[in-house]
Ligand binder design. Structure first.
Ligand SMILES: [Zn+2]
Length: 64
């Protein structure tokens, strides 16, 4: 799912973020262009990794 920022107004310059008038606008645009994983914070990713490793360990245990 892609967030549209056509109507988003920058808190810094009060212009539409899509126009990229200031540094804050461009940073916001870049953040939203990073894709589906941009919304995930690092802690969430670490938790996901832990779950994955645990699942693999469980599978390996059952296979043995
Ligand atoms: Zn701005």
């Amino acid at each position: 799912m892609r967030v549209t920022y056509d109507r988003l107004v920058c808190a810094n310059c009060a212009a539409p973020v899509a126009e990229g008038r200031c540094r804050v606008c461009r940073a916001s645009r870049e953040r939203m262009d990073q894709g589906p994983f941009a919304g995930l914070n690092p802690a969430m990713l670490v938790a996901l990794m832990v779950v994955l490793v645990a699942a693999l360990a469980l599978l390996a245990h059952q296979a043995a």
